[in-house]
Design a protein around this ligand. Sequence first.
Ligand SMILES: Nc1ncnc2c1ncn2[C@@H]1O[C@H](COP(=O)(O)OP(=O)(O)OP(=O)(O)O)[C@@H](O)[C@H]1O
Length: 238
Amino acid sequence: MNDTTAAAPLLELADVHVRIAGSHILQGIGFSVPAQGVTALLGRNGAGKTTTVKAILGLVPRTGSIKVGGVETVGRPTHAIVRLGLGYAPEDRGIFAGLTVAENLRLAERGGEPRYDLVHELFPELRKRAGQRAGTLSGGQQQMVAIGRTLLNENRILLVDEPTKGLAPRIVTEVAEALERAASAVPILLVEQNLHLVRRIAGRVVVVEQGAVAHAGGADLLEDAARTRELLGVGRAR
Ligand SMILES: Nc1ncnc2c1ncn2[C@@H]1O[C@H](COP(=O)(O)OP(=O)(O)OP(=O)(O)O)[C@@H](O)[C@H]1O
């Protein structure tokens, strides 16, 4: 990859609108995600973060422009969009509880050479627990399966939605480490409420407010307690 490619945004949204059942949920969202590191998508409950991720994946009807590596995706079906190199770890993790870790990973293979070496190097636990049923893993381990699956294919970006939701603080630390390891291989757009984790791993933040971008810039925003409170609400600074 040359310098020009590295500097170009990997994902670019402009004037994205989503209307569902008469509700105007996204109202002209626009931001870009660079081709490296973690970009955090922040906002109060109901601001439109998950809908933004679903719009990128073509899972909800949308208008405007969403480019992946310069390719327009609005108007394309989801299966064609993910083939541009999008990995998705949904909020509920979407793993099959009754299947083993190895079976969950195998189901994610999308053609090409699956990158088990990378997945096992980043998450040795998944090799150790290959034969264990995923439903009996801890929340953090299940999250590693969800992230591991997205790394198995040659993706250009991972969309990870609230990976620490409902997890105990010790497990949150495990997941943060897992995300850091994953981000060393592939850039991540991360929806996350835990600002401590965001401070630790994100280089950029995009704040969504009522379906529009209220702020986009460096993660140093979160060092400004007053502005953070203003954008994200009281009690969210830590
Ligand atoms: N399928 C749908 N039908 C109707 N309204 C919806 C639908 N999906 C989302 N919404 C509404 O759109 C708004 C944005 O929802 P979204 O899930 O994107 O928010 P969020 O920022 O991810 O919130 P949270 O942090 O609580 O997960 C909410 O008011 C939600 O109720």
